[in-house]
Design a protein around this ligand. Structure first.
Ligand SMILES: Cc1ncc(COP(=O)(O)O)c(C=O)c1O
Length: 504
């Protein structure tokens, strides 16, 4: 049996070894080399044979079981499932999965499933969760929201519950204009479109400016939501590498000088997700110069901009924009609460009218009740109060997270020191387990984080973790980091710990 497992592993590849093993076993099954019912070698045997860690084999088997290729029988071993293989000349045709009446969605790839699995695993009750991109639920202004909704129903009656104008509830548009003018953006109510979260704002812009097969530019790594939008709208992404100051504008310039014609550029200049990088002023100016020279609209995604708890504010791109080339996108999701789904974009009036038509087709309007609630909360000064409180608390959580990292993570770990936002971007030593391997083991210890590779278009991030330290109370931050550190050390070589551990 073992002679069949001459797995061609590329140990210098960005692709984790356990993923390479998964690919190999799938190929063996799909080609019929490993027929239905065949028994796989024990994980320890295979690990020794191909010279990788046993936990990598355990994780590969676990994932293949989850996908239906293998099944485990207690005491007997791991076997290829019936219907997973299609051996040449087999008498009984392999069982086909039931045919769906829906057309295949070719643009959804395997990485989506891995990410979805991770999100599902992170939602178990009791887990210490650093993985989501949400602000801390213990900051949500529950009492104020209850009061706002009651007061609005009392005040507006059924009017609060009808269809709203697609552009947005007029008083909220005015509040947004006043709010962004406090951030340095001069505009009128006609420049404000209320959207269902920042995500919808970005999607509407991509829909309006691109056709299938067009290219848009993002940094690499980047916000997952833009990758989702590009896949759904069948738009290509050209990824420009990012460093600790955000997108490398010199590389963007090279790309444009080579004659490429992207339809738009998407950036998060302040507290980039996932790295928390802030683009300095000189780079913002270079970006604007290039965008104007080549006539390429820029989406400025500013959802984390106000979550600054240290350092000097850097002006928004929209504040620096003199020609209208920047479309400013933001939301109250990260600074107040994500569930009301109130976002907005600021752009010139003629373009906004095109976007309104697309928005009307998408969802008619953002919930009128939620818009009124947000307006009510802003009018009562809640944003100012909340931001002050949140930023003070987030700073404490960041400090706790960095102390815990120093205490519990292996030497050779590198990280940023965010001046705001929600995320630590951690780089593990490259001589140890990948972030994906660590995720699986850490998850068994009831702690989760986001694996860096999901934020990359193409390969990258194998040894990176995105940790949303804001999500947990300081006491749990230390405990969560302790468990991640322990998982790393276990994977690193002390297999006496994992020998007795239950299979995944
Ligand atoms: C950079 C970035 N943009 C947009 C969004 C989506 O925001 P919203 O919840 O307002 O749609 C997120 C949420 O994670 C984000 O991180």
């Amino acid at each position: 049996m073992l002679h069949q497992f001459n797995v061609p592993l590329d140990r210098d590849s960005e692709e984790p070894l356990y993923r390479q093993l998964i690919r190999y076993i799938k190929m063996q099954i799909e080609s019929g080399q490993l027929p239905a019912g065949a028994r796989l070698p024990a994980s320890r045997e295979l690990a020794e044979h191909i010279n990788i860690s046993r936990i990598s084999v355990v994780n590969a088997y676990a994932e293949l079981r989850a996908e239906g290729y293998l099944s485990a029988h207690a005491g007997r071993g791991t076997f290829v499932n019936r219907g997973a293989s299609q051996p040449a000349g087999a008498n009984t045709p392999p069982k086909q999965p039931p045919k769906s009446p829906m057309p295949q969605m070719h643009h959804i790839d395997q990485s989506d499933y891995t990410l979805r699995d991770m999100i599902r695993l992170s939602k178990r009750p009791g887990i210490i969760n650093f993985s989501h991109g949400a602000p801390p639920p213990d900051f949500y202004p529950m009492g104020h929201l209850r009061e706002a909704i009651n007061a609005i129903l009392e005040r507006d009656g059924v009017n609060a519950l009808g269809y709203e104008q697609s552009e947005g509830y007029a008083p909220l548009r005015a509040s947004v204009r006043d709010y962004v003018s406090g951030l340095g953006i001069r505009c009128s109510v006609d420049n404000v479109l209320i959207t269902t979260g920042a995500q919808q704002a970005i999607d509407l812009i991509v829909q309006s400016l691109t056709r299938e097969g067009d290219t848009i530019v993002t940094a690499n790594p980047t916000y997952l939501g833009i990758l989702d939008i590009a896949r759904a709208r069948r738009v290509r992404i050209h990824s420009v590498p990012a460093d600790e100051e955000g997108m490398r504008i010199d590389l963007l310039e090279q790309y444009l000088m080579d004659g490429n014609k992207p339809r738009l550029i998407y950036v998060m200049p302040t507290f980039h997700n996932p790295t928390s990088a802030v683009m300095p002023l000189h780079r913002r100016r270079q970006l604007l110069n290039l965008a104007n020279e080549y006539h390429i609209p820029v989406i400025e995604d500013a959802v984390y901009h106000e979550l600054r708890y240290e350092g000097e504010n850097v002006p928004l791109l929209k504040e620096l924009d003199e020609t209208g080339i920047v479309i400013h996108v933001s939301a109250y999701s990260k600074i107040l609460l994500p569930g009301l789904r109130i976002g907005y974009l600021i752009t010139d009036r003629a373009y906004l009218e095109r976007l309104v038509r697309i928005k009307a087709a998408a969802d008619v309007s953002t919930s009128g009740l939620n818009q009124r609630a947000m307006h009510y909360l802003i009018q009562r000064g809640l944003l100012t109060y909340q931001l002050d409180h949140n930023n003070r608390e987030l700073r404490k959580r960041r400090d706790t997270a960095i102390q815990a990292l120093v205490k519990h993570f292996p030497s050779g770990t590198a990280w940023n020191r965010p001046q705001g936002g929600l995320y630590l971007w951690v780089t593990l030593p490259k001589n140890g387990p990948s972030a994906a391997e660590l995720f699986m083991t850490a998850n068994k210890k009831d702690v989760s984080f986001a694996v860096g590779s999901v934020f990359y278009n193409g390969s990258g991030g194998t040894y990176n973790l995105r940790i949303n330290y804001g999500l947990e109370q300081p006491r749990l931050i230390d405990e969560g980091f302790r468990r991640i550190g322990e998982a790393w050390h276990e994977l690193m070589g002390d297999y006496h710990h994992v020998e007795g551990a239950p299979m995944l």
